[in-house]
Design a protein around this ligand. Structure first.
Ligand code: ADP
Ligand code: ADP
Length: 234
């Protein structure tokens, strides 16, 4: 059952004296519970595609349907609600450096109006899930890259998203730490049924945890299917 349907999506960036066709008509279904890899070279259009899934980027043409809602038909208020259900993590973690680990995890809950006490309680539970309870009072600058990404994952889970978008989330990490973070993502997928979309330029990441994969090449969908299907094709 598709949780995300991408239909004929194009995106053209118009510059002063040039235009870039970042996406040239992409159609793709992502099913509930998938760990879906989006792989391709730098500049292929992966980030643009994934940013279209939460309408941080609006497609030039085509439609994006999330949980049966065509995003182009929604009001800003409705879009904000959909976005609460779509969390994101990044290559550089994007933590708030002036706030403690606990307060970083509380932040998205504060935004949607969760009471301080309740937010802190849930944040501690989330830190336990990602294995960082003892770092609750530390600051991001005191953490390793892998620990920072764990905090970012805890923060991403704060408002119980249905979908987690990961944009090169392991690209700044060493191979051992990468494996640990991928294992955590896999556990989260299994335990909470969260659909995960992973953008990466690394084949190994896809082969490690993805159920499905789409290969994006110069704004076009080159291949897609289960990992077995795509990688066993001649
Ligand atoms: P990837 O994530 O695969 O590296 P991107 O989606 O970031 O690729 O970029 C795809 C293409 O779109 C690139 O040519 C990039 O330069 C261009 N692009 C991305 N964002 C913008 C933007 N905001 N304005 C203009 N061009 C952009
Ligand atoms: P890029 O150069 O790839 O676009 P940046 O280095 O500019 O990425 O980082 C993007 C965001 O992440 C910025 O808001 C920055 O403050 C934050 N950031 C960068 N490095 C770290 C880090 N080590 N820990 C926490 N946040 C970081």
């Amino acid at each position: 059952e598709p949780i995300i349907q991408i239909k004929n999506v194009t995106k053209t960036f118009i510059g002063k004296d040039n235009q870039v066709e970042a996406l040239k008509g992409i159609s793709l279904d992502i099913n509930k519970g998938d760990i879906y890899g989006i792989i391709g070279m730098s500049g292929a259009g992966k980030s643009t595609l994934v940013r279209c899934l939460n309408y941080l980027e609006k497609p030039t043409t085509g439609t994006v349907v999330v949980e049966d809602q065509d995003l182009s038909t929604l009001t800003e208020a409705e879009l904000r609600k959909v976005r609460t259900g779509i969390a994101m993590i990044f290559q550089h973690f994007n933590l708030l450096m002036q706030r403690s680990v606990l307060d970083n995890v509380c932040f998205p809950m504060e935004i949607v109006g969760v009471k301080k006490q309740a937010a802190r309680k849930r944040a501690m539970e989330l830190l336990e899930i990602v294995g960082l309870k003892e770092k609750a009072d530390a600051y991001p600058s005191q953490l390793s890259g892998g620990q920072k990404q764990r905090v970012a994952i805890a923060r991403a889970l704060a408002n119980t998203p249905k979908i987690l978008l990961c944009d090169e989330a392991t690209s700044a990490l060493d191979p051992t730490t990468t494996k640990e973070i991928l294992k955590l993502l896999q556990d989260i997928n299994k335990q909470y049924g969260i659909t995960i979309v992973i953008i990466t330029h690394e084949m190994a990441v896809v082969q490690e945890i993805c159920s499905h994969v789409a290969i994006i090449d110069a704004g076009e969908l080159a291949e897609h299917g289960t990992v077995e299907e795509v990688f066993s094709r001649p």
